[in-house]
Design a protein around this ligand. Structure first.
Ligand code: SF4
Length: 477
């Protein structure tokens, strides 16, 4: 599906007027933050775990082809099949083919950002295959025909009343007001979907290269059912989800779960190595692993931004971000939101599709402080801003910075490098400012391109006596 240019500024301006959304965001992100803090404080050595997690991610990403090759070999050795997809379209085609070969009519899905990214549900529907989301949050947004607005809490933007209304309308049930009633309805509906589905699709939290095991972390048990009840299991992962060793899970599982929900361990952790064996009581007859690039190799090639691929999708950076907490996930326009969305979306889609996202940050660095793999967000954001300004976009055509802006920056640079040029510019600015100077000595509405500044804030008047001169006089006293 063609993705249009994302309009963060426009979307976020609308979101800011939605008081219900802001209240829902505040409540949930505050809860996540408090739980994470408690989990962080009570585990001695959490900081060491984070350092180790970052080291392992760095080692993996630097040697990605080796670990992916090892993963492929071990998945095949344990009876699974591996498929490589260059982009989302190819990944969807592969999955639809697997479904057709197996006569699949319905699919149950567990929560997966990778399948959101490739728009798998849409591809399955187009192929006449029913796809049902089984994570409660994902089930809600599928009914509402929306995108997730948070990595681990996809329906964070919906209030209880919104969900009551939605369920009543879409599922033709009475208007239930209690969360327990709503959950019971979803559970009953989903149970029959699990039992009748021919294929289960899951994401992958970690894929262990040395054993070919994929690990799925969740709290509802729906991923366990999706990966064991249907005849065929298809797991979809981005190339960055591989980790070298089984033992590395002792680092990643605690940092992921504590950073995401503040739990010591999630309710379900499934370790899946190949399809059902003869001695197994249950499990799928076929196991397929679809490994998707979809723009990641390009990130891998960039030394400055490569660490964006360290992300383990815990959502902690969203919960702490002063921008995300005000505007929510839909403002970011695509599947990834918050600080990770601000750095990964422009790289996956191309800067020309999301030029505003690297600027959707105050650069406060709170995201870096909570990230379990310590991604240096301010550094990556500045690099991406530089690319937008310099016009290093996907097809090499133009950038966001216009000729005028570049000329002004050049002028500013000359004036900052020469004392004479600086004095000249200050004197000139002092005289030129009068037509726009207000009574309170503020510049509140300058013409373009300075209006880009004064549209949102005032500019102080240029002083008659420059500071340098005043300083000389003050120093004499
Ligand atoms: S960037 Fe870090 S904090 Fe944000 S989702 Fe990824 S791992 Fe979590």
């Amino acid at each position: 599906m063609e993705i249009k240019k994302l309009e963060f500024k426009k979307q976020s301006s609308t979101a800011l007027t939605d008081q219900n959304l802001r209240k829902a965001l505040r409540n949930t992100t505050d809860r996540f933050r408090a739980s994470r803090k408690r989990a962080y404080d009570e585990l001695e050595g959490f900081e060491d775990l984070r350092n180790r997690a970052r080291e392992i991610k760095k080692e993996t990403i630097e040697n990605l082809p080796i670990y992916l090759g090892m993963l492929e070999g071990n998945v095949i050795k344990t009876g699974g099949k591996v498929h490589w997809a260059q982009d989302g379209e190819e990944a969807c085609r592969i999955i639809v083919e697997i479904a057709r070969e197996n006569g699949v009519r319905s699919v149950v899905k567990s929560k997966s950002m990778a399948t959101e990214e490739i728009e798998l549900n849409h591809a399955l529907e187009e192929a006449g295959i029913k796809a049902v989301e089984t994570d409660l949050g994902e089930y809600i947004i599928q009914l509402a025909k929306e995108r997730p607005s948070h990595i681990i809490a996809p329906a964070i933007h919906k209030s209880k009343d919104d969900i009551s209304r939605l369920f009543s309308e879409k599922l033709s049930i009475p208007y239930y007001t209690e969360p327990e009633q709503l959950t019971r309805v979803a559970r009953e509906r989903l149970r029959s979907e699990f039992l009748s589905a021919d294929m289960g699709v899951s994401g992958v939290n970690f894929a262990v290269a040395e054993t070919g095991t994929i690990v799925v972390v969740e709290n509802e048990g729906n991923a366990r059912l999706s990966t064991t009840v249907p005849r065929v299991h298809v797991a979809v992962m981005g190339i960055e989800k591989v980790i070298p060793r089984y033992g590395d899970l002792s680092i990643f599982l605690p940092v992921l779960v504590r950073s995401a929900t503040g739990q010591k361990i999630s309710t379900y952790v499934s370790f899946i190595t190949g399809p059902k064996r003869k001695s197994d009581m249950d499990g799928p007859e076929e196991f397929h692993l679809v490994i998707v690039d979809n723009g990641r190799a390009k990130i891998l090639a960039s030394e400055e931004t490569r660490e964006s691929l360290y992300c383990i999708r815990c959502g902690a950076c969203l919960n702490i971000c002063p921008v995300y907490r005000q505007v929510g996930g839909h403002s970011y326009g695509w599947v990834y939101s918050g600080p990770i969305g601000a750095i990964i979306t422009p790289q996956l889609l191309g800067a020309e599709k999301a030029p505003e996202l690297p600027f959707a940050s105050s650069l406060c660095g709170a995201c870096k402080d909570v990230c379990p793999v310590k991604i240096d967000f301010p550094k990556v954001l500045l690099e991406l801003r530089k690319r937008v300004v310099e016009g290093e976009n996907k097809d090499g055509r133009g950038g966001e910075a216009g000729l005028l802006e570049r000329l002004l920056v050049r002028l500013w640079r000359i004036s900052m490098e020469s004392k004479t040029a600086y004095s000249l510019l200050s004197t000139l600015s002092y005289f030129l400012q009068f037509p726009w100077l207000s009574k309170n000595r503020k510049l509140s509405s300058l013409p373009y391109p300075f209006s880009e500044w004064t549209n949102d804030r005032d500019f102080p008047a240029v002083a008659k006596i420059p500071f340098r001169k005043r300083w000389k006089e003050i120093s004499k006293i």
